[in-house]
Design a protein around this ligand. Structure first.
Ligand code: CDP
Length: 229
């Protein structure tokens, strides 16, 4: 039995979330952004002033996450995340959240909370989910697994364009984006539970020279071929 899930994993800036959202829309499946749950957890840690080095505060964070009502929806092609009814889509992508999210995500017990929430949300309804460990840990029996990669330079350029679209390309600014991406990748790769790594049966796709529509077309084609096969 396979889960009705397309898992799209890979490092930051490879176009996972845009690809996953578009593929979901083309197939009429739901889109779920697993990173949003870790980002909401990081936001809760900041709001409650928790110390990630203290075991008691890690426990408080898990309790806060279990009590939180987290919902995702795509409206007009844009994905939104709500925390207890408030739209926190912008807040969860601030540099302050991004800076601590990988540390928040290194707690195996917190990961278990996120993973069971994801499995509950999917149930038996088809979904496209993007993340780091969707094909390896959360849905190892996913119908299709794709692992996106791209050069660090290209990923930094994309992130800079997203965050500061009007800024002219400046090598020192680009270098600082590259450095923070590389640091987050390192933390994501090195954690013991749910690290960033491709599943043995994932299809690798290098997106350095692909635009989003080409990425989407490839994944949709793979999904259709699997369904037909
Ligand atoms: O959008 P971006 O690639 O920058 O990151 P994201 O998908 O929003 O994920 C933010 C962070 O959450 C990642 O850097 C990981 O530390 C963590 N994460 C994770 O540990 N496992 C997942 N399945 C998804 C995200």
């Amino acid at each position: 039995m396979t889960s009705p899930v397309i898992a799209i994993d890979g490092p930051a800036g490879t176009g996972k979330s845009t690809t996953a959202r578009e593929v979901a829309s083309r197939l009429g499946w739901r889109y779920i952004d697993s990173g949003a749950f870790y980002r909401v957890a990081a936001l809760l840690a900041l709001r409650h002033g928790l110390d990630l080095a203290a075991a008691a505060d890690r426990g408080r964070l898990r309790d806060a996450l279990e009590e939180a009502d987290i919902r995702q929806e795509v409206v007009g092609g844009v994905s939104h995340v709500r925390l207890d009814g408030d739209d926190v889509s912008v807040e969860v992508r601030t540099p302050a959240v991004t800076a601590i999210v990988s540390r928040v995500a290194d707690d195996p017990d917190l990961r278990a909370i996120v993973n069971s929430g994801l499995r509950r949300q999917v149930g038996d309804r088809p979904a496209v989910i993007d993340g780091r460990d969707i094909g390896t840990v959360v849905f190892p029996d996913a119908f299709l697994k794709v692992f996106l990669v791209a050069s660090l330079e290209e990923r930094a350029r994309r992130r800079m364009e997203e965050a500061e679209p009007l800024r002219a390309e400046d090598p020192s600014v680009l270098a600082s984006y590259a450095q923070s991406l590389a640091e987050r990748d390192r933390q994501d790769r090195e954690r013991e539970v749910g690290p960033l790594r491709p599943a043995g049966d994932a299809v690798h796709l290098d997106t350095s020279d692909l635009d989003i529509s080409a990425q989407v077309a490839r994944v949709v084609r793979m999904a259709r071929e699997r369904r037909a096969g």
